[in-house]
Design a protein around this ligand. Structure first.
Ligand SMILES: Nc1ncnc2c1ncn2[C@@H]1O[C@H](COP(=O)(O)OP(=O)(O)O)[C@@H](O)[C@H]1O
Ligand SMILES: [Mg+2]
Length: 384
């Protein structure tokens, strides 16, 4: 049966139990209740019966023959009133309710074109019908939106997968000859006399080779993320390790890196190598964002079931129009940047079941905050 076929409600259905759902519809769990006809008719019948009794009493003064006729007419009238009330209730309420039940069952089965026919009625039942139709229309558009987003995500994921394969293949191809070139530069540099002007060129070439190697390493890490090796260990030690390393980079720019721990931090289930790399990425970005001497603050604290690690710098800040892009792969505003540091950082943090957030003010600095759950939930163990 086509889902768009309008439902036919048989007259018998008016007095049936709640079993008239279509066979393919999933049964709706409903409480057993007293039939509505009884509910509606009993009080009316009681009132009419009382009226009839009163009428009989009053008509006692009439002659025998007249009295019977009058009582018969009154009884027939009472009966007709009862039938009329039942019919009105059946048409006005029972039918729409059955139709509504049917349409709800269809929506539950995924038919988003279901709508009720009584929505054009000019009463409260009509209001109910219009609300229902509006709700289904909204559900339909939300579902279409979700499907569209899903489609986009899928094609984007496919696109990235292809790109990733290409890029990792290329990275491997470049790495070996690059190691050869770096070796040759090293040998040539060693053989040069100490005061040779070519030494500075050799130094530049070495740095460029290192930079290319760094880009390739980050690219390979991004394209083929390793599953975290979780262990419950001291996250302060992980942070200290990253800070120590970053200090060596910061020293020449006269940038201080302070590490503060608020309260006692419990051991955290994490991969120390990966979180160290994340913090190092954040710290290197912070150092690179600062043109003049200043301080970078790293703060560790707990918040309910999470550990928060904040890296706050006094650098140039991130313009609001860049903020939505900074976690995207290959987004960089630096001449020598790879644009992979933050995307890798986010992926790593999320594979730990955590989040990374940023707030920034242009000219004042940026504040990156990592939230890591202290005890990892099972589903968060899946690597991204
Ligand atoms: N602490 C920061 N201060 C200012 N800008 C930042 C900071 N961290 C990241 N950014 C911005 O985000 C971009 C992406 O960062 P990242 O993914 O680490 O790539 P990269 O450092 O190679 O450019 C940077 O190019 C920069 O524009
Ligand atoms: Mg970076």
């Amino acid at each position: 049966m086509s889902l768009s076929t309008p439902i036919q409600i048989s007259e018998n259905a008016l007095f049936d139990k709640e079993t008239d759902l279509l066979p393919e519809q999933a049964p709706v769990a409903r409480k057993r209740h007293i039939n509505w006809v009884l509910k509606a008719v009993l009080p009316i019948a009681a009132v009419l019966l009382n009226g009839l009794l009163l009428f009989v009493l009053v008509s006692l003064s009439l002659a025998e023959g007249e009295r019977h006729t009058v009582i018969a007419i009154a009884t027939a009238g009472a009966f007709l009133i009862c039938v009329a009330v039942i019919m009105v209730l059946a048409v006005s309420f029972r039918r729409p309710m059955l139709e509504l039940q049917d349409k709800i069952a269809r929506v539950r089965l995924g038919d988003m074109d279901a709508s009720v026919s009584f929505a054009n009625r000019n009463d409260e039942v009509g209001d109910l019908g219009r609300d229902f139709n509006d709700m289904v229309a909204q559900l339909k558009s939300s579902r279409e939106e979700i499907q569209r987003l899903h489609q986009t995500q899928m094609s984007r994921a496919e696109h990235f997968a292809t790109l990733g394969e290409l890029a990792t293949g290329l990275a491997h191809e470049i790495r070996n000859p690059l190691a050869g070139i770096a070796g040759v530069i090293e040998i040539v540099g060693r053989d040069l006399p100490p005061n040779s002007p070519a030494r500075s060129v050799i130094k530049d070439a070495k740095e460029e080779a290192l930079q290319i190697n760094r880009i390739l390493t980050e690219l390979l890490d991004t394209a083929r993320p390793k599953a975290p090796q979780f262990r419950v260990s001291d996250v302060c030690a992980t942070a200290e390790h990253a800070v120590m390393f970053a200090r060596q980079q910061a020293i020449t720019k006269r940038i201080m890196i302070e590490l503060d721990v608020t309260g006692s931090i419990p051991p955290v289930d994490h991969d120390p190598n990966q979180i160290n790399q994340v913090l190092l990425n954040l710290l290197l970005n912070a150092i690179q964002s600062m043109d003049k001497p200043g301080t970078i603050r790293v703060l560790l604290e707990t918040d309910e079931d999470d550990v928060l690690i904040t890296v706050a710098d006094e650098g140039k800040g991130i313009p609001p129009e860049h903020l939505p892009n900074i976690f995207r792969p290959f987004f960089t505003t630096k001449g020598h940047g790879t644009g992979l540091g933050l995307s890798l950082a986010r992926r790593t943090v999320e594979s730990h079941g955590g989040h990374i957030d940023v707030t920034s003010e242009v000219g004042k600095g940026s504040r990156f905050q990592i939230r890591l759950p202290i005890a990892r939930e099972k589903q968060a163990a899946v690597s991204g």
